[in-house]
Design a binder for this molecule. Structure first.
Ligand code: 9MR
Length: 561
């Protein structure tokens, strides 16, 4: 009898142990304990480390931080994310799993799940991309939360299960936060709060081997031989893309593809007034130096974009009440300082950008520069830039003036007049932000390039991208490839078309989704750095033995959808 009682107890102990083991049978996924050590957390983000912990702080604005350069979580089946964190608890501080990046704003069309602390409780917020307010919020009251808190969120079937300090504290319906099968890691921090992360691990039940941490960040670049730049060199052409310093510093694949494939780059934003000259008398060359040094290390030519533009100006310019003399001083000093610093290093400058009025019939656009400096500000800008670096080639750059139309006639008239008056101008940049169906006819593009050539001017295609609907199809990618090829063939067929530059090179980073809603996929590498049909189309154009002549264009046009 006594024996039976003892074995009964034993059985209970075994059952209890088994239950406990089952609850804890979730274990860290291979490599995931290294997650927080990845250099991407601090690269260019403003995050810091303190005693081995990562500190993600907000300034005086809400901070929605996403580690886009870092490892990603592959969200297949049941998985968990476990963190140890601390923060001021009255104010939101959460770790985030970002299933889709926002486009024009952090929340816009994004998907994000936040799990963190607010007002002494655990909070789960889900943003579905429709607004900056969460569309699902659930709070879990837990007694005595203080100091370091261990939080874990597990997706188990159709539910999220939330644990605090090792205990389950509640459940909620699992929202569709990861439609693409992966998530970036990040954090949401309210103003003046900071989230400290001590550890971060991905967990999974033993039966699920699909959940993983992808340390490649989703990059799948395999080089094609020879690189595009080798083919371009053979045709005496510069081929390149617009770049951002932070991507060069933080995204290894980006830096690899850029230097390998292209022989020229242009700064997408680093030389603009706002980042480079944010306050009177204060210049910040951090970004521009990064780009210039990278280009030099990779034997690439450099386009400096842009010295004078009415956009991306800081408030001290936007709200200035200078006299005309002061405006002249400010612009001359700005141009002289920047061009002198990069004398002999930046080969081409977009001195003035988009000065012709929108309609194409009204002459110069009314801007702070035309009203402040005066109607002759374009001439002055070129003259000041030339004085600072007489060897640099100086360009006027604009959009919508690629083919033959009223705006390109205006650009032509402007630069013809400048040439006639001896203003130091050497070229015209044709931006070329197009879609299949909106591109200039090849024969018009060629005629425009040639009439500029007759003035002794070079032409650069400066900002080419071919946007497609977000829900892209194979046939659209083929249309895109045809258009890329056709535009390059036109450039190759005109002696004075010396550079073919795209506004980026990978769909991973492009201004299109953020500004042309419903469009994406505009460049020649996809988001994983896989070359697209457009990449191979450019190779094809470069590999053709002979340039096409004017008679080859015009008979057919690939530009219709
Ligand atoms: O792509 C650029 C984007 O990141 C900036 O926010 C924006 C404002 O500075 O400028 C974009 O680049 C523009 C370029 O400087 C001039 N031509 C049009 C480009 C696309 O808007």
């Amino acid at each position: 009898m006594r024996k039976l009682k003892v074995s009964g107890y034993l059985l209970w102990i075994v059952v209890l142990l088994l239950t406990a083991c089952a609850a804890d049978s979730w274990s860290p996924v291979a490599g995931s304990t290294e997650l927080l050590k990845d250099a991407s957390w601090t690269c260019g983000s403003g995050n810091t480390t303190k005693d081995g912990a990562l500190v993600i702080a907000a300034g005086n604005e809400f901070r929605a931080y996403v580690n886009i350069y870092g490892p990603r979580l592959i969200t297949q089946g049941d998985f968990g994310v476990a963190v140890t964190l601390s923060a001021a608890q009255e104010n939101l501080a959460a770790f985030s799993l970002v299933g889709r990046l926002g486009t024009s704003a952090w929340w816009d069309q994004g998907r994000k799940l936040d799990v963190g602390l607010e007002e002494g409780q655990i909070i789960v917020n889900y943003y579905n991309g429709a607004s900056f307010m969460p569309n699902v919020t659930q709070t879990f009251a837990v007694d005595g939360l203080s100091g370091k808190v261990k939080l874990e969120l597990r997706r188990v079937g159709a539910e999220f299960v939330v644990f605090a300090n090792g205990k389950e504290i509640g459940r909620m319906a699992a929202v569709d936060a990861f439609p693409d099968g992966f998530a970036y890691f990040g954090a949401s921090v309210r103003p003046n709060n900071a989230l400290t992360l001590y550890d971060l691990t991905v967990t999974a039940p033993p039966e699920n081997t699909a959940v993983a941490v992808d340390f490649s960040g989703g990059a799948a670049y395999t080089p094609t031989e020879p690189p595009l730049r080798t083919l371009a060199d053979a045709r005496h052409l510069l081929v390149g893309g617009a770049v951002e310093p932070q991507h060069i510093l933080c995204d290894k694949t980006y830096a690899e593809v850029l230097g390998r494939e292209f022989n020229i780059l242009v700064t997408e934003n680093a030389f603009k007034f706002w980042p480079i000259h944010p306050e009177p008398g204060r210049y910040d060359f951090t970004g521009s130096d990064t780009v210039v040094e990278y280009a030099e290390a990779h034997d690439m030519r450099i386009r400096g974009h842009t010295l004078v533009w009415h956009q991306s100006t800081p408030d001290w310019i936007n709200n200035a009440t200078f006299t005309q003399e002061q405006w002249n001083e400010v612009l001359q000093e700005h141009i002289t300082t920047i061009v002198s610093r990069y004398k002999g290093r930046v080969d081409y400058w977009d001195v003035v950008n988009e000065a012709i009025s929108e309609s194409g019939s009204g002459g110069l656009r009314k801007t702070v520069w035309s009203t402040g400096v005066g109607a002759d500000y374009v001439d002055k800008a070129f003259t000041w830039a030339h004085a600072a670096d007489p060897e640099a080639l100086l360009f006027y750059n604009d959009y919508g003036a690629e083919g033959l139309n009223p705006k390109s006639d205006q650009v032509y008239a402007l630069v013809k007049d400048m040439v006639a008056r001896g203003v130091p101008i050497h070229g015209v940049g044709l931006q070329m932000h197009v879609a299949p169906g909106t591109a200039p006819k090849p024969e018009d593009l060629l005629a425009n390039i040639q009439r500029l050539g007759a003035l002794g001017l070079q032409v650069h295609i400066t900002e080419l991208d071919v946007r497609l609907p977000s829900n892209v199809t194979e046939s659209m990618l083929t249309l895109q490839a045809n258009l890329y090829q056709e535009l390059l063939e036109v450039c190759l067929s005109a002696d004075n078309c010396t550079a073919f530059v795209m506004w980026g090179f990978t769909d991973r980073y492009s201004w299109i989704p953020g500004s042309a809603s419903g469009y994406d996929h505009a460049l020649i590498f996809d988001k994983a750095y896989r070359p697209k049909p457009a990449y191979f189309a450019l190779r094809k154009a470069l590999e053709m033995k002979q340039s096409l002549g004017p008679e080859d264009f015009g008979a057919s046009c690939n530009c219709a959808p």
